[in-house]
Design a protein around this ligand. Sequence first.
Ligand code: FES
Length: 113
Amino acid sequence: MANLRWYKIEEEIPVGDFIRQVVVAGKKLCLLRTEGKIYLIQNTCPHAGGILSGGWCSSGSIICPIHRYAYNLENGRGAEGQGDYIDVYPLRLEDDGLYAGFHQSLFSRFFRK
Ligand code: FES
C-alpha cells in the first residue's frame, strides 16, 4: 500500500479471541482478534471517549462499553444512526511479527517525525 509506514507491534499476540490496548510507535491503540481475524483500531470511542479495548465484539463490530455504540471492524463505520466512524489500521504479518501501517500524513500528525 502506498504512503504507508509500517511499525512492528512489539507486544505478544495472545492465542484465541482477545481485546487489549497496545502501544504502537507511541500511540495507544486497540488490538483484538475475533472470529479468527486480528484488527487494529483506535482505542478512544468517537462518541464520548470510551475506551474501546474495554469493550467487546459482536457480529464483526466492536462495542463501546460506555453507551454500546457499535463500529464495524472492517471499515470503521458506526452502526446505522450513529453517523460516526473509527480508524481501522492495516496489518501485515511478516516472519518476525505483526506490523501496523500508518499513512504518512497520519504518522506525521501523531508522531511528529
Ligand atoms: S463513549 Fe462510546 S458509545 Fe458513548
